[in-house]
Design a protein around this ligand. Sequence first.
Ligand SMILES: Nc1nc2c(ncn2[C@@H]2O[C@H](COP(=O)(O)OP(=O)(O)OP(=O)(O)O)[C@@H](O)[C@H]2O)c(=O)[nH]1
Ligand SMILES: [Mg+2]
Length: 200
Amino acid sequence: MIKVKDAFFVKSASKMEETTPEGMSEVAFIGRSNVGKSSIINALTNKKGLAKSSSTPGKTRLINFFQIVLAKDEKTYHMQLVDLPGFGYARVSHSLKEEWQKNLTTYIQKRVSIRTFVHLIDSRHPFLEIDQAVHTYLQEIVRADQHILRIFTKLDKLKQSEISVIKKNYPCALLVSSSSKKGIDKALEAIFETLFGDQE
Ligand SMILES: Nc1nc2c(ncn2[C@@H]2O[C@H](COP(=O)(O)OP(=O)(O)OP(=O)(O)O)[C@@H](O)[C@H]2O)c(=O)[nH]1
Ligand SMILES: [Mg+2]
């Protein structure tokens, strides 16, 4: 059983030069705008309002770093969760969008501390082209010391038959609901395993 002992905001960065120093193992949350990136960080840490979520897409506009202290079997572990701006958000100017995209891509590709990419997919739309493209992109850039986890969000919105379709097509997929907390413990365990599995 993993316990979250502490979770706090560290800083926001608009570009690579403003990020926290490299070192602590990092988990980057990637996905379309409104998929629930900020919400899952709050659910995983059990701290409402830690990451700012909103029903209006495009809420997260910076690279936000949160430090988490975990405890398992009387051992303590540290990690950073990174809330990123979503892609596919249209209501900003073209130049601003390009600027975001560039800073985001630089962070994703150059940041040494990233151990795990969590690719969040809205479980109501499990087969979008954009998500297939993101998955392919991550597979292309992933280093030997990194992992990719696919997590389907908003599970509470699904019928059992729709859940079965996802499980059939993505046998390794994790399904979560940040509102009901279903699947959250399992997701935390999966993230923990990718980061610290070899240190236990
Ligand atoms: N029903 C339900 N709603 C959710 C869930 N997770 C997030 N939401 C809602 O979806 C909306 C978007 O959530 P956010 O966490 O802000 O999404 P985001 O991916 O951070 O969005 P951006 O910052 O715009 O990229 C909010 O209204 C949340 O309350 C969930 O598991 N179930
Ligand atoms: Mg957000």
